[in-house]
Design a protein around this ligand. Structure first.
Ligand code: GLP
Length: 259
């Protein structure tokens, strides 16, 4: 099962995960990180940024989880622009080392396969950051996504487009399609770290961690992974039946097992 860590708040969660990332990069300066967008991983990037002097990230490789299809080049809400703004620049990653699936309509039919090939050529992802959608999606793998899926185009649900309309002004402006690492792609990463904060994620988190394995809750696929860590705050843990067990297990571990 996933290791579940219930933290006081997002800042503390960010610091936990930043520790794991920094330890990884110290051990392996050319580590390959799976980068997530959305608000959940921001505390991780902030915490790494605060400790930027401690580790050189210039040799790190990054692969973003997903991208919208069909946004104009350079659109500020494209995940390429978001990753550049929120991760590459503040953390001092080398832009040429950071990859985002190509959301251009021309070439979209082969873009997924090319992306999975590029991940494999880099040696695979060492640590994959994940958020979770309120409908249980990871990346943009909406409910029903095969657990074996490769990187490919996915149509977004109305719920996801509503959730993401806060970045665009109106749901109608949110693209209808995305290109996302598949669940099969995500499961090949050596360590998964899923972050979720706030009441709105409580149902998705409970279904993902304690519900049945089902493509109706794409994040439940992390139950199949030998090394998955879930970092959540109290509000996001509210519907977990075994929250006390996770607290006890974490309190008993001499060090965070991801280190
Ligand atoms: C988007 C992204 C997901 C992300 C989700 C949740 O749909 N494609 O990768 O996990 O939003 O975002 P947030 O962390 O802002 O709640």
């Amino acid at each position: 099962m996933a290791e579940v860590i219930i933290v006081r708040d997002a800042r503390e969660g960010g610091e936990f995960v930043a520790d794991a990332v920094i330890d990884l990069v110290r051990a392996r300066p050319g580590a390959v990180l799976g980068l997530a967008t959305g608000s959940s991983p921001l505390p991780v990037y902030d915490a790494i940024g605060r400790r930027a002097g401690e580790v050189d990230l210039s040799r790190v490789h990054g692969f973003a989880l997903d991208e919208y299809v069909g946004l104009p080049e350079g659109h500020e809400q494209s995940y390429r622009a978001t990753i550049t703004r929120e991760v590459v620049v503040p953390l001092g990653l080398t832009p040429a080392n950071v990859h985002v699936p190509c959301g251009r309509v021309e070439g979209i039919r082969t873009a997924g396969e090319e992306y999975d090939t590029a991940i494999a050529a880099a040696g695979g992802i060492d640590l994959q950051l994940l958020g979770i959608g309120t409908d249980g999606h990871i990346g943009f793998n909406e409910p029903g996504s095969s657990f074996a899926s490769p990187t490919r185009v996915k149509t977004l649900t109305r719920q996801t487009r509503r959730d993401n309309s806060r970045f665009f002004g109106h749901a109608d402006e949110v693209p209808r399609r995305s290109i996302t690492q598949g669940i099969g792609t995500i499961l090949r990463a050596r360590h998964l770290v899923l972050l979720a904060f706030g009441e709105s994620k409580a149902q998705a988190v409970a279904s993902a961690i304690e519900g049945p394995l089902t493509s109706s809750v794409p994040a439940s696929a992390i139950q199949l992974h030998p090394r998955a860590t879930v970092v959540i705050d109290e509000a996001a843990s509210r519907l977990l039946a075994n929250a006390d067990y996770y607290r006890d297990a974490f309190a008993d571990s001499s060090a965070w097992q991801t280190r």
